[in-house]
Design a protein around this ligand. Structure first.
Ligand code: ATP
Length: 374
């Protein structure tokens, strides 16, 4: 136990110009993507964006209309699924109901004629922390436990890549959160590449090293969870991963690596390096700031706000208590539904609906997007 089981390298998964059309409908536009060996990679997007189709092309369950799939130095595009060193875990666990857990996990080994399966199955059950459940039938396990059996059953074949298609979709929220951490632990322990499909941004952010955000059959942005959250490059990514508070502002001037914009109370400052839009003087950009980066101050205390902060004035429209923090919705002339989260320990009792407030934040926490994009 605790020993890292390192698979011999399968190499990176590389999609080269791979695409899928159904008649005149394009489900996946030709895309190039490299999933580094040993990483936990998530394909994230809303229903219908093409993530499952992409995963199925990697598995060999869907024939691409163009392009190729590579595993390390091997072009696997024309290999049938069972000849690829890849296994898939689906949302419906598809366990054999009449077999006990041990036999469910042993299934792949027995089919390949492996004689002594005991040690391997036991090790695998230990990896997914089901050692005690070996002799139970699937219906005697919880949903989360059944999902772990499905993972063990896939991993026992020593795939180089494990594909997970919304594997936690059938679980309730609490169990889902537990299983996210559990899958992450298993991936770290086995050290092989996991490619995980989900529509749940929090799930992708919790588990993955790298996330590809898909929209309309294209990858909109690829990056680490923090990078995507802090430096979204499109409004879709900014809005899909959390709340973005976008303000349209006009470029006034540039100085010392900063873009100065007309907006808010006089001016807003945006570091040039955090702007993905071409920012020409007189042009418009969308300035975004995440709700938890903002400080909310009652208008009576506005004089105490340090200089150099981006500022916006407004009025509290609504508040809602969400446990560790309170969410405030602010009406302001530049952004009609500005959201701010304030930790409950810092809550000011004057911050009630109707109160005049000033929102302010460090310009470094600002990102800039192209105002002209769709
Ligand atoms: P979901 O989370 O709902 O599964 P997804 O992002 O995984 O969505 P895909 O299943 O990859 O999306 O489907 C992408 C698009 O391709 C969808 O609009 C879907 O309707 C379409 N599509 C998928 N399979 C077929 C098919 N066999 N024939 C025609 N259209 C298809």
């Amino acid at each position: 136990t605790g020993k890292k089981r390192t698979a011999e390298g399968g190499g990176d998964v590389r999609l080269s110009g791979i695409g899928k059309t159904y008649g005149s409908f394009t489900a996946v536009h030709p895309l190039d993507l490299t999933v580094p060996e040993g990483s936990f990679f998530a394909l994230l997007g809303a229903s219908g964006c093409g993530k499952t189709t992409t995963l199925r092309m990697i598995a060999g369950l869907e024939e691409p209309s163009c392009g190729s799939v590579w595993l390390g130095d091997h072009d696997v595009t024309n290999l049938p699924p069972y000849k690829r060193p890849v296994n898939t875990v689906f949302q419906s666990y598809a366990l054999f109901p009449h077999l006990d857990i041990f036999e469910n996990v042993a299934f792949g080994l027995r089919r390949r004629g492996v004689k002594s399966v005991k040690k391997q199955v036991e090790d695998m059950l230990e990896l997914v922390q089901l050692g005690e459940q070996a002799r139970k039938k699937p219906h005697q396990l919880s949903g989360g436990q059944q999902q772990r059996v499905a993972v063990a059953r896939a991993l026992i074949n020593h795939p180089k890549v494990l594909l997970l298609d919304e594997p936690l979709g059938a679980l309730d929220l609490k169990l889902r959160r537990q299983m996210q951490l559990e899958l992450k632990r298993i991936q770290t322990e086995v050290g092989i590449t996991f490619i995980h499909v989900t529509h749940d941004q929090e799930e992708a952010m919790t588990m993955a090293d790298t996330v590809a955000v898909m929209n309309g059959g294209r990858v909109e942005q690829l990056g680490s969870p923090t990078d995507l959250y802090e430096n979204p490059r499109t409004t879709f990514v900014a809005n899909f991963l959390g709340t973005s508070n976008l303000i349209e502002a006009e470029v006034d001037s540039k100085s010392g690596g900063d873009i100065v914009l007309k907006g808010g109370d006089g001016k807003l400052v945006l570091p040039e390096a955090r702007c993905s839009a071409p920012a020409t003087t007189g042009g418009k950009v969308l300035v975004g700031v995440r709700p938890e980066k903002i400080t909310l101050t009652h208008a009576d205390d506005a004089g105490e706000i340090p200089v150099g902060r981006n500022r916006i004035t407004g009025k509290i429209a609504a508040t809602s208590f969400i446990g560790v923090s309170t969410q405030y919705v602010i009406d302001s002339s530049v952004c009609p539904e500005f959201e701010v989260y304030v930790q409950n320990i810092d809550r000011d009792t004057r911050l009630v609906p109707g109160a005049d407030v000033v929102l302010h934040w460090n310009p470094a926490h600002t990102f800039g997007l192209d105002a002209a994009q769709d």
